[in-house]
Design a protein around this ligand. Structure first.
Ligand code: GDP
Ligand code: MN
Length: 368
């Protein structure tokens, strides 16, 4: 899960990493009444990189200019993501931009420090063009990361004097944050030198999804919708798309091929839910409830290949609460006979062939 810049910066501040004073707004006129020193920088809060290049980071010298630019940025879409909020910060006078990050390196299985005196730009670009300008240090988890490590890195970046010591402190704080918050990536780009002071001008924090239960006080994941959260509570994997055919299947592979079939016949999935192996009648009922709550669903496609999951369990769930939208069902495998009998009694037909069922689902969504 990726945090917004303003959320990451709140954590930075709590760990003693210096950040600019700032306020989050969601309406352009709100910038007129902020208690901030001008000039300010307006920053689109979206979960994609390269905001600066896309026009999502802009300087404003006066409140009126800030309002105008805020309105413009709030109307933008950056790489497919609508801008809903802005972080407004007091502009820093930047003398030089550095790069500092801790990232989980899967090959060494360690948090690894990556730093460069070539900051503010795409670090992959620096790595490709001038790899010698990048300093790396894999952290031994038993030893941890200490000020002497930080000073060693700082010297390699050409730093000296008080800036060297402060850089070491910031890197220790960032390491502690990365560990304690289960970060896959904690990145400051740029970590800027501003009139003799370090400032984390940007902040990127990606928290390991598997660590969510250990991080209850992290902000809600905005990449997931209400229904996705609800499904997660029931241990069902559910993903939203923007078409009109709701899809339920069992097993990730089957669900993916179901999506492909629907697309192949010209349909557009509204969402998909994997009830998993061994889905009970109860799990199937919940699955139906979740996929059908999504607004704009015009047809439902249930594709079940019974293995551990039993067709009769699935059929019972469907027959006990017949879906309120036109439904195409494909049902084969374990206890298929019994499943069909239950559906037939409820006046519901089920296909054996997945393609026929997919074609039917697409037709139903078109009202045919
Ligand atoms: P990104 O484009 O999404 O990485 O957003 P950043 O927050 O990194 O901003 C992009 C660039 O804008 C930075 O690398 C800086 O060069 C510049 N920038 C951002 N904030 C300030 C600021 O307060 N003062 C100055 N002078 N430049 C800034
Ligand atoms: Mn940046």
């Amino acid at each position: 899960m990726r945090l917004h810049e303003y959320q990451a910066k709140e954590l930075f501040a709590a760990y003693g990493i210096p950040v600019q004073r700032g306020v989050v707004v969601d309406r352009a006129e709100d910038v007129l009444t902020l208690d901030l020193r001008y000039p300010v920088v307006l920053k689109a809060q979206v979960l994609v990189g390269g905001r600066g290049k896309a026009g999502g980071v802009q300087l404003a010298a006066t409140p009126e200019e800030a309002r105008e630019k805020a309105a413009r940025i709030l109307g933008m879409e950056i790489r497919g993501e609508r801008v809903r909020r802005l972080l407004v910060v007091e502009a820093a006078r930047i003398d030089r931009e550095y790069y500092l990050a801790f990232v989980v390196d899967r090959s060494s299985r360690r948090l690894t420090l990556v730093a460069s005196a070539e900051g503010g730009v795409d670090i992959e670009e620096v790595a490709r063009r001038t790899p010698e300008r990048i300093v790396k240090l894999a952290v031994d988890p038993a030893l941890g990361f200490h000020p002497f490590h930080g000073r060693w890195v700082a010297r390699r970046l050409g730093l000296s004097g008080p800036l060297l010591g402060q850089f070491a402190e910031i890197s220790c704080s960032l390491y502690r944050l990365a560990c304690e918050r289960d970060a896959e990536l904690a990145e400051i780009n740029p970590l800027a030198l501003c009139e003799g002071q370090w400032l984390a001008v940007d902040a990127k924090l990606v928290v390991d999804d598997n660590a969510r239960p250990r991080q209850p006080d992290l902000p809600a994941d905005e990449e997931t919708t209400e229904l996705e959260r609800m499904a997660r509570e029931y241990d069902l994997s559910y993903v939203e798309l923007d078409g009109d055919i709701a899809i339920i299947g069992n097993g990730a592979g089957l669900v993916m091929s179901t999506l492909d079939m629907v697309a192949h016949f010209g349909g557009r999935p509204a969402n998909f839910l994997d009830v998993g192996g061994g889905a009970s009648t109860e799990a199937m009922r919940r699955a139906l409830d979740i996929v059908l709550r999504k607004p704009g669903v015009r047809a439902l496609f249930i594709n079940i290949f019974g293995g551990i999951t039993r067709c009769d369990d699935v059929a019972r769930a469907i027959a006990s609460a017949p879906p309120p939208v036109p439904t195409s069902i494909r049902l084969t495998g374990t206890n298929e006979e019994e499943g069909r009998r239950i559906l037939e009694q409820a006046g519901i037909f089920a296909f054996t062939d997945p393609e026929e069922a997919a074609r039917r689902a697409v037709a139903l969504a078109r009202g045919q």
